[in-house]
Design a protein around this ligand. Structure first.
Ligand code: FAD
Length: 413
């Protein structure tokens, strides 16, 4: 294979994993980002590594659930009224993707990608010396009662039908695994072969350090536009001048559609904002993460404390954070772990790069041979980062793809 000059826009987890895999193939790789690595959405996620996360966010019946979520001031979903007209085209596609037949297909695509999570991260974390960050001891999902669980029955069936190994737990089973959790939760599930990363920011930064140590170039610049010629992009216009490019990979998270549109691919991407609270001194720890589907959030034992992360807010990519959303997470934390110490807790808002069908865009641009896309991972960008990077490297090297790339095409809508 001929080594090539490849430029990656974005030093989030997807960009750094992609750059790392491309570098392993001997290419000369430059990563351009206006921020230091891992300081945008990849900074503050819940750290969950779930090879079985094949259930899209829009499921059959979503239309009847949304009003209830929106009306609940403590619920997991919010939509700023002033932003509604702009969000509407995306929301219509979101609802359209909730059809049963489509959901089965989406689940196949997500499972194919995410089943590679641990395998694809293994060589990267080994060479970066951060194997300590990756845990694979499973996690627990809890429901207040069987009725709540049954409302999600299709999602669990989709996972089981695709080989995800899940045990059902009663209240005693939950207590045995998570004695710190308040006994409100009557039914639980234990997901084998799942796990978490104890610090997503450190993971991304460590990949960047290793990338630079191996000769990769990391440029801290804002990309303002792309100079596109008849054969594709010739240069990036940046805040520090023009940067010539030969092959380009777009990994710019929730901003990626700004670039794909300039390259002829208008992709429906939305900044689905989420929040976290990290309790740096909660006075106890958890042996594994716990998910509460009724509030659509996770609590994860991070190396910097206990983190609760969740919420879906549609307010526009540039709107100021609304930290009332993280306070909702704080209230839930009190319910789950009464008396938890909030001393030195920190709050954060991040922008998930979300596609209406919960499926990322991975593959070649439709108009140009020298442009590739790797973005739109929504709720599963940490899980999907390394598998995506490996797929892009295979594609550029001309190796047969490990999985069918059709579900991730940029022109599927
Ligand atoms: C609350 C919350 C919890 C989550 N929990 C999980 C989880 O448990 N597991 C999981 O798998 N996923 C989770 N996610 C999703 C995950 O965090 C994202 O999917 C993932 O971080 C996306 O990575 P990325 O590299 O595509 O984007 P980003 O990390 O956003 O990186 C994109 C980069 O592009 C750069 N960029 C953009 N525009 C420009 C420009 N013009 N010039 C230069 N640089 C530019 C940005 O500065 C940024 O560094 C969660 C998300 C949130 C918000």
């Amino acid at each position: 294979m001929q080594p090539q000059n490849i430029t990656v826009i974005g030093a989030g987890i997807v960009g750094m994993a992609t750059a790392s895999y491309l570098q392993r193939d001997g290419h000369a790789v430059t990563v351009v980002d206006q921020r230091p690595p891992g300081e945008y959405c990849s900074f503050g996620n819940a750290g969950i590594l779930s090879p079985g996360s094949c259930v899209p966010i829009a499921m059959p019946g979503i239309l009847s659930q949304v009003p209830g979520y929106l009306l609940d001031p403590l619920g997991p979903l919010s939509l700023r009224l002033s932003y509604f007209p702009q969000a509407l085209p995306w929301l219509l596609r979101f609802v359209a993707s909730a059809e049963r037949r489509k959901v089965e297909r989406i689940a196949d695509g997500l499972r194919a990608l995410l089943s590679q999570t641990f395998d694809a991260y293994a060589p990267l974390v080994k060479s970066a010396g951060v194997e300590d960050l990756i845990h694979k001891s499973g996690y627990v999902v809890v429901y207040s009662d069987r009725k709540a669980y049954e409302a999600d029955a299709l999602g669990w069936k989709l996972r089981r039908d695709r080989g995800v190994v899940i045990d059902e737990l009663d209240a005693d089973g939950i207590r045995a695994r998570l004695p710190q959790l308040n006994g409100d939760f009557r039914l639980g599930l234990f997901l084998h072969d799942h796990g978490w990363c104890a610090n997503p920011e450190r993971l991304t930064k460590s990949l960047a350090v290793e990338f630079e140590r191996n000769g990769g170039k990391l440029l801290q610049r804002q990309v303002l536009g792309i100079d596109v010629g008849p054969d594709g992009p010739r240069a990036l216009n940046t805040d520090a001048g023009s940067l010539p490019v030969e092959k380009l990979v777009i990994c710019a998270g929730a901003h990626s559609n700004e670039f794909s549109a300039a390259l002829g691919d208008a992709v429906p991407l939305e900044a689905e904002r989420g929040y976290h609270l990290t309790y740096s001194d909660p006075r106890f720890s958890l042996p594994m993460p716990v998910m509460v589907p009724e509030q659509k959030c996770f609590v994860t034992p991070m190396e910097m404390g206990l983190r609760i992360a969740g919420q879906s807010e549609f307010a526009g990519i540039n709107a100021e954070p609304d930290y009332r959303r993280s306070e909702i997470l704080g209230k839930l934390m009190q319910r789950m772990f009464p008396g938890i110490s909030r001393v030195d807790s920190t709050e954060w808002m991040g922008r998930r790069p979300s596609m209406p069908d919960s499926t990322p865009v991975i593959g070649r641009a439709t108009q140009f041979e020298n442009v590739y896309y790797a973005f739109g991972h929504g709720h599963v960008g940490l899980c999907g980062g390394a598998p995506t990077g490996r797929l892009i490297a295979d594609l550029i090297a001309g190796r047969p793809s490990r999985i069918d790339l059709n579900p991730y095409r940029p022109d599927r809508f």
